[in-house]
Ligand binder design. Sequence first.
Ligand code: KIV
Ligand code: ZN
Length: 512
Amino acid sequence: MSDQLIIFDTTLRDGEQSPGASMTRDEKLRIARQLERLKVDVIEAGFAAASNGDFESIQAIARAIKDSTICSLSRANDRDIARSAEALKGASRARIHTFIATSPLHMEKKLRMSPEQVLEQARLAVRFGRNLIDDIEFSAEDGYRSEPDFLCRVIEAVINEGATTINVPDTVGYAIPELYGNFIKDLRERVPNSDKAIWSVHCHNDLGMAVANSLAGVKIGGARQVECTINGLGERAGNCSLEEIVMAVKTRKDYFGLDLNIDPQHIVAASRMVSQTTGFVVQPNKAVVGANAFAHASGIHQDGVLKARDTYEIMRAEDVGWTANKIVLGKLSGRNAFKQRLQELGVELDSEAAINAAFANFKELADRKSEIFDEDILALVNAQGALDQVDTFHFISLAQQSETGERPHATVVFSSDGKEVKASSDGNGPVDASFKAIESEVRSGAEMLLYSVNAISGSTESQGEVTVRLQRNGRVVNGVGADPDIVVASAKAYLSALNKLQGNSEIVAAQG
Ligand code: KIV
Ligand code: ZN
């Protein structure tokens, strides 16, 4: 059996299914580039038949990414599979992932199909896919709650049709590590042609065991692919977290004995990018990527770490991309120093024009904030990513008054399709007043689902990073803004969300 563990990232597909985590095509492309830097083996870029937006995102990612296999999900029918194949055209390596539910509950209540019909549909789907692309993954949805005898028949049939990867998901997060590991092991032992495919695990985190279950699937079951997402993003309690799987397998190589292609130095930047893009904040005590993951607060621990780091540290923070909270640049720093720092942080901007724009934003920030931290630079380029698209609204300036006992008032100046607009309003607080001011002109009619503020480098001197989640006509978008002034950051985030909400449609400020 191979010693190589394949990391299959589904942040852009299963992760995005998390309510509110929807991403634009450009955002997905930026995240895919970061996943490529991380050396993820397979990127599941979306579900091509789900929407035109998903199709276009997969297409853009398939064309741009060279080093990872790009995968598109499809139900087990010809239309979905053909749509995936179409979206994947031009990819250097492409995979079609097709699935159908195999548990009695899902077959009877959801699909209203008999087991024999499901078996036949799975077989035909893989046959159809295999005529289009060589790399075919088959998933038995709700596999863990399926009858093993029936599941063995389905898996044997799809391998005979040419499936190259067999995924056995714990779709509802019901598994227990030892049981799941043995479940995979039994299937592998009972399916006569099991050695013709790579076995994969895909675990949801409803009972908080997605990572443990996946590792058991690998260790006990012999799976050689793990499906996971950055920060464990995903529906309900999320998916198996990529950073935890990767660092568990690397840190305990003595136990797992497996190799990974992943370059963990890019983990923290990937985590930040996903959290900033989706507005799903990472809890401080989250393993590997939480703000406190490497912080030693107690005196005994600090003393031990100062004497010998491995007294309390099993991994090194810098190995996963944490940088010391140090002042890296100031307003006298030049473009080359800035560019080099971006490289050290693992940030690759796509063009000289993008570097110039980031540098201009950096200079503007450095004029107002004497100490610029790595976190500031990352927030700046992440916010810029959102600005790279052709936007309708651009923030220009903001003035606000608030005083105890007085109703706050804000005036926001922004451009709308190139024309300057000045808007004023009262509000419950200065942020509310600035949003109301913008709305008084834009009249988007959007509903706000989330407003969150985060201090980028952990003190009041740091930049505030704001996420605004808006919904209109069933479409949900996240806008992000960063600035040392949190009211300004909020207004920028609001305008950024409006830009995304707008998409192809129509909102522009009602002039005059
Ligand atoms: O959880 C699940 O079963 C899935 C499949 C579509 C792979 O996401
Ligand atoms: Zn899933």
